[in-house]
Design a protein around this ligand. Structure first.
Ligand SMILES: [Zn+2]
Length: 280
């Protein structure tokens, strides 16, 4: 059973030319979770790592456009220590996908098992086309993580589903991977059971702006364009965003179900701020 969940911001970003938030959000975050179980400590997504910041290995173009603050105090390693744990206490890392701003912390937790969707690991190891070749930083897994590859079951059975999703990959009864490909080849959302009841759903980069949970037209235009530019599969991305939108309507906190699901994405600062001090 999950006993404690913390929300960590593992990188602040200030996109250039945000026009005070009209074109792009003025401030973005890398929303990670630290999930304590009886015999495990699990990070969900890792932001940028110590070496990414030291070597500025995200590259000049990324740094110029996205404006990461490059603060070592914001790395997952620093956040884990600030929360009172040792690095080696982290037993597992789950990644929504392996983009540079999600996998950066992997080398800082070399002993942890790293749970990834098999299609995503295949894309990262052998990227196809310009889009995939530009988005992954091989140095982030050059240390050889203990990968745990997850797939969906070949044949669906009744127990495979979760709240209307017909098939999810189970890391445990409290930690699920919900396939949401489109942004990348093997992107997943990660569901974490809350000790206080219900679930968190970390939607990764399946959407980018809190308003998209209800109304896609509310997304700032620069961010909307960015999502299209970096996607690998437009049709799948839009279908999955629609799916998450209806899921939020049916299972979000306002729906009044027995198992409410609080969904958030990786980079929306308003969603992070609303949860930053929630520990449950
Ligand atoms: Zn991202």
């Amino acid at each position: 059973m999950t006993s404690l969940i913390r929300h960590l911001n593992c990188a602040t970003m200030s996109p250039t030319g945000s026009m005070g938030g009209r074109l792009m959000p003025a401030r973005m975050v890398c929303h990670s979770l630290l999930v304590e179980g009886p015999d495990s400590l699990t990070l969900v997504d890792t932001g940028f790592g110590t070496e990414d910041i030291a070597q500025k290995r995200m590259g000049k173009l990324f740094i110029g456009l996205v404006g990461p603050v490059l603060d070592q105090g914001e790395t997952a390693a620093s956040r884990v220590k600030a929360a009172g744990y040792a690095i080696d206490d982290v037993t597992d890392v789950v990644v929504t996908h392996l983009d540079l701003d999600h996998a950066g912390g992997l080398p800082d937790f070399p002993k942890a098992k790293v749970h990834v969707f098999a299609d995503e690991l295949a894309a990262a190891r052998d990227p196809k086309g310009v889009n995939e070749k530009n988005r992954y930083i091989q140095a982030q897994w050059a240390h050889g993580p203990s990968w745990v590859e997850h797939t969906l079951p070949d044949r669906l059975s009744a127990g495979d589903g979760w709240l209307g999703f017909e098939s999810v990959a189970r890391i445990s009864d409290d930690l699920l991977m919900v396939p949401t490909r489109g942004h990348t080849r093997g992107h997943v959302a990660v569901a974490v059971r809350r000790p206080s009841g219900g679930w968190f759903l970390h939607a990764g980069d399946a959407y980018f702006s809190h308003g998209e949970k209800e109304q896609p037209a509310t997304c700032p235009p620069g961010l909307k364009a960015f999502q299209s530019i970096v996607q690998v599969d437009s049709k799948a991305r839009h279908a999955n965003q629609d799916r998450l939108r209806s899921f939020h309507a049916e299972h979000g906190p306002a729906a009044g179900t027995a198992e409410p699901v609080t969904m958030f994405c990786a980079h929306d600062a308003a969603e992070f701020d609303a949860l930053a001090d929630v520990t449950d």
